[in-house]
Design a protein. Sequence first.
Length: 318
Amino acid sequence: MKNLLSSNSISKQFLIPTLALSVVLFFGLGAFMAMKNNSMIHTMMDSRGESVSGFVSKVSADYFAIFDFNDYEKFVKALESDPEVKFAVFYNNKKEALTKADKVPKDLSSLMVYDKEIKDESGGTLGYIKIGYSNEHSNNSLSNNIMIITISMLVALTILGNAMILLVRRIITSKVQATVEMLKDIAQGDGDLTKRLPVHSNDEIGELAKWFNVFVEHIQEIVATVQVNAEKVSVASAQLLSTADHLRKGSNDQTLQTEQVASAMTQMSQSIIEVVQNASESTKASNDASNIASKGKEVVESTLRGMEKIAVTVRDTS
């Protein structure tokens, strides 16, 4: 019951307006019944007053005819023996009281007053009879009726409220709660996606259960697909890891070879530098030899010129 009438409950949102409308309808019906009953009581009282006053006016006409006014007091006592009759007064045709009129109140608004003419056989007016009935009986009846109607409405509202609570719990709340429990189970990570909500009706709740089952089925298919793909990815990851290990080993070998090539290149570079240095020295020596040869040539040429001069001199001397 506590969960059923919680602040966020669908049942409460449904029951409160429904019960409020039921209260309004019941009270409206009760007020109508009370007014109808009061009208019936007034009609009955009015019919009774009209009947009594009409009967008394007819009976008392004979006494007017023989001027026997003493028996009117007996009529008054007989009428006032009824607890609902507050007063009864006979008048002549001049509206003069023929019986005691001390019981007639000044304010007649709270009474039902019936004023009938007393006529002779020819239709002439002999006098009047005025009878006042109390409204206390009708008021008491109205109060009793209101109390009965109020109690009946409270009992009916209690029965209706309990019936609606049970009906809502059976038709709406229990089915929605089952859906909530399944969603909660799935959200907490331990959900069984093979479970399905039972579909027992073709109403909105049945539609909710049906499409919820379709939704869970699609999720189950997606999860199965993801699981298969995850296995494939796991296998591919293992293969990729193996390939990466081979690449790492190949890279290490290549690094070692590169270091060896670099060492060889360094040695080769040093050899080239030495060759260049040796070539430079050879070139220098060659240049020096060339210079010496040029100088030797000049010396030889100078010697030849001197010898020619000596030969000329000798010839001239001979």
